[in-house]
Design a protein around this ligand. Structure first.
Ligand SMILES: NC(=O)c1ccc[n+]([C@@H]2O[C@H](COP(=O)([O-])OP(=O)(O)OC[C@H]3O[C@@H](n4cnc5c(N)ncnc54)[C@H](O)[C@@H]3O)[C@@H](O)[C@H]2O)c1
Length: 447
């Protein structure tokens, strides 16, 4: 692949979120608050992160946003769809993530973000219903309406570019079938109103057809379908998924690679959560929970490779529970009990009690994913953006490739991709040149 010539981030970037609930409105509120100088965009790599450039002896560190062109927060415009008609201020107030004081500071701007009517199907999300829903004879009609929404939004808001990040409820678990294999079969299924086509797939299809990069922030199947991955590739549109990596899974992908690096065995990992937000309510439906469970369970297997290390991880008992418990609201509490064993098989235990705030952890991910996807598009990248695995629980990879779950490896991959885009030396951390060794071919890569 040739090093890309990245286009400038001129003009306005519209960030569209299907679903304007807790995550989406917390993201919007935080961006507005940061651009007004009330709070810092904490947790965002594109706003606060640095990247090392060149050899360590060069002492060159740059803010990522100064190294490559990104849209200024002032030039970001928000839009979205929801089955409820509440504007983003009302939805944020309902979600109860942010204190009144913070919401009032951004009330005027948030109130102007009014959701477009949603494509919704109660067969896929059981525990909620709302009035702001589109009507159409076929799913194909509904997809066309979404495409018109996208075009209309871009024009009305005078945006140069758009990105879409799914922040809607987790839909019921589905396995890809015949109608998801080719775009012809998929379009026919849209016209035939096939029950196997979920609303999120319509948003994805509409985004890709309109040339809008798409990220799936939930675990249900949408952009992961073979037909939509191929469509994105053919139309030159970047895609990424699935499921924001926050909370308990973030902790898992920090702790598990560390234990594996030291070859400590794991006999069991029991994870349980309580949360009381709308997401938690939706996840009470066993079919929506199934989507989440599959996404959460796959992480440990891929990190630990039990087939390669049967003595250490071959008999691991991994359980994940999520319980809806209303008093907690968005402030989820997660417990992990990890039964590990070391030298001569002696057992030990690790307990993690994470009192987190789900949407506070997810909001900066929405901003970074949108900015990086826009960068990818301006760099001429298309199809799966594996370098954004850093943000995702079930990273989308080319079929046949094993996803990389280790957070630190994911970060190195992300940083090297940025260096590649910025025409800087890649860094391999070999470091022998500092000690007078000849690294041969490898010395062409930074240390
Ligand atoms: N908060 C986190 O840390 C985190 C982590 C990983 C994944 N997620 C996922 O992100 C998504 C959003 O989470 P949240 O806490 O904001 O949930 P939420 O329930 O507060 O918001 C979701 C919104 O989506 C709307 N919606 C549902 N179906 C829709 C459709 N077809 N079209 C348009 N709108 C639709 C709902 O009305 C609701 O307002 C969920 O799927 C959740 O599982 C969240």
């Amino acid at each position: 692949m040739k090093t890309p010539n990245v286009l400038p981030a001129s003009g306005r970037l519209g960030i569209l979120t299907p679903g304007m609930g807790a995550v989406s409105t917390t993201f919007m509120a935080g961006v507005i608050s940061a651009r007004k100088g009330f709070t810092k965009p904490i947790g965002s790599l594109t706003e606060m992160g640095y990247i090392r450039l060149g050899k360590r002896t060069e002492n060159r560190q740059s803010l990522i946003r100064e190294f490559l062109p990104f849209t200024r927060l002032e030039d970001i415009v928000f839009g979205g769809w929801d089955i409820y008609s509440d504007n983003a201020y009302e939805a944020a107030a309902n979600a109860k993530v942010l204190e009144k004081e913070h919401l009032e500071q951004v009330k005027d701007e948030l109130s102007k973000v009014v959701p477009m009517s949603a494509v919704f199907d109660p067969a896929f999300v059981k525990n909620i219903s709302g009035p702001n829903v589109k009507k159409g004879k076929t799913k194909f009609d509904l997809a066309q309406q979404l495409r018109e929404d996208i075009r209309g939004f871009k024009k009305t808001n005078n945006c140069e570019r758009l990105v879409m990040v799914w922040c809607g409820s987790t839909e019921a678990h589905l396995v890809a079938g015949a109608e998801h294999q080719t775009i012809e079969a998929f379009e026919k299924a849209l016209m035939d109103n096939s029950p196997n086509i979920a609303p999120s797939m319509l948003y994805t299809y509409a985004a890709i057809m309109e040339g809008v990069p798409y990220v799936n922030g939930a675990p249900n199947l949408s952009v992961e379908l073979p037909c939509l991955m191929k469509l994105a590739e053919d139309r030159g549109v970047p895609i990424a998924g699935s499921d924001f990596k926050t909370g308990q899974t973030l902790m898992k992908t920090i702790v598990a690679p560390g234990l594996k690096a030291r070859l400590l065995g794991i006999a069991g990992w029991y994870s349980t959560n309580i949360l009381g937000n709308r997401d938690g309510e939706v996840l009470q439906d066993p079919e929506s929970f199934k989507s989440k469970e599959v996404s959460k369970l796959s992480v440990l297997d891929t990190v630990l490779e039990p087939e390669r290390y049967p003595d250490l991880y071959g008999d691991l008992h991994h359980l994940v529970k999520i319980n809806y418990y209303k008093p907690r609201g968005d402030n989820k509490e997660g417990w992990d009990n990890i039964d590990i064993f070391g030298w001569m098989g002696y057992p030990m235990q690790i307990k993690i009690n994470f009192l987190c705030r789900d949407s506070i952890l997810a909001a900066p991910l929405v901003l970074d994913l949108a900015q990086f996807m826009d960068l990818a598009a301006r760099s001429g990248f298309s199809g799966i953006q594996e370098w954004l695995s850093f943000y995702l629980k079930s990273p989308l990879v080319k079929p046949g490739l094993r996803p990389e779950h280790d957070l630190q490896v994911q970060l190195l991959k992300l940083q090297n991709t940025l260096r590649f885009i910025g025409k800087e030396e890649l860094i391999n951390h070999l470091g022998l040149t500092y000690y007078g060794h000849d690294e041969g071919e490898a010395s062409r890569i930074g240390n």
